[in-house]
Design a protein around this ligand. Structure first.
Ligand code: GAR
Length: 188
């Protein structure tokens, strides 16, 4: 069975959906959850998931290969970024080539890059009066939101009256598609 490391430092709803999907499709197991702050919503969610929660400091993340070595020693096959905003360091990219994937709440290459995360993305999309938004699931490389696109799905947002409404619609399609896409990606 494949092992996933999920990096999640936001609310953790995508990690939750991946956990639920794995109950029905046990192609993989969540080996560990990596957070960069102790307020991450995923910590309480993961209490009953039979996986380790690792809280990493910025220093440990960037200074040396500690986290890469740890994930390798645990036999992790795929690193899944589900609301994790730190740029991924070179040692981790080298340890997991094409094996780090991210979900982004817009249709890249638009609305990506430094500072483009969460509500910042939805506000920018709303202000630009876009008729559609969507999600992008992609591999990670040295730059923010520039890796190879694995999956995209668009959704009409013409009726949305606020960035929050866009966020709700987009999060729903993240939940419907992230675990499925991970499943397909690992079957390749
Ligand atoms: C998700 O909407 C994800 O697309 C976004 O953070 C949210 C995390 O939600 N990620 C980015 O904006 C990355 N640039 P969650 O913690 O409830 O899964």
């Amino acid at each position: 069975m494949k092992k996933l490391a999920i990096f999640a430092s936001g609310g953790g709803s995508n990690a939750q959906k991946i956990h639920e999907y794995l109950q029905e499709h046990p192609f993989a197991k969540i080996d560990c959850i990596v957070v960069n702050n102790l307020n991450a919503g995923v910590i309480s969610k993961a209490k009953n998931w039979d996986c380790e929660v690792i809280n990493i400091s910025k220093n440990d993340f960037y200074k040396d290969s500690k986290i890469s070595n740890l994930l390798i020693s645990r036999g992790v096959d795929l690193v899944v970024l589900a609301g994790f905003l730190w740029l991924i360091p070179q040692h981790l990219l080298q340890a997991f080539p094409q094996k780090i994937i991210n979900i982004h709440p817009a249709l890249l290459p638009k609305y990506g890059g430094r500072g483009m995360y969460g509500m910042n993305v939805h506000k920018a999309v709303f202000d630009a009066k876009e008729r559609t938004s969507g999600i992008t699931i992609h591999t990670i490389d040295e730059e923010y939101d520039k890796g190879q696109i694995i999956f995209q799905k668009s959704v009409e947002i013409e009726s949305c009256k606020s960035p929050e409404e866009i966020a709700d619609i987009v999060l729903k399609i993240e939940h419907e598609n992230f675990a499925k896409t991970i499943h397909k990606y690992l079957q390749k």
